[in-house]
Design a protein around this ligand. Sequence first.
Ligand code: HEC
Length: 130
Amino acid sequence: MNKQNTGGCKMNKIRIISIIAMASFFISFLVNINAQKPPDDPIKVFKDKKCSSCHSIKLVKIERKNKKSKAPDLSNVGAEHEPDFFMDWLLKNTEQSGKKHPIKFNGTDEEFATLLGFLVTLRDPQKEQE
Ligand code: HEC
């Protein structure tokens, strides 16, 4: 009788351990899926990094938060600059008319790449016709 009981107890332990093992396998699986999530949405990065507090991009319906800001609308910025300009500009390594950008980009490499890739594409069809 006693022997059977301890036997049953061992079986339960094995069962519990295997359930935990399976659960942790599934959790690590889910974490992995998360790590492979698609790159950030550039508009989300633009807003998260507070670019939109100073800049509007009317082309994609982004309005700046700070209405008093003198920062230019960026709708046509991809047409106005060489692709190389943006990284240097946002890291404050270069100036325009004697001025540097007021803030330095602060974020991950992925976010920066997403943002730069987006800025170079900005072309306002209306401005191109003018
Ligand atoms: C504190 C306000 C402010 C914030 C925040 C800000 N900017 Fe600017 N930005 C400016 C101002 C002001 C200028 C114009 C500077 C000049 O030309 O001397 C400018 C210029 C630019 C230009 C060049 C525009 C042109 O026509 O030459 C780009 C591109 C740009 N900003 C992108 C960004 C991005 C991307 C972010 C977010 C990481 C950002 N800015 C955040 C104020 C800001």
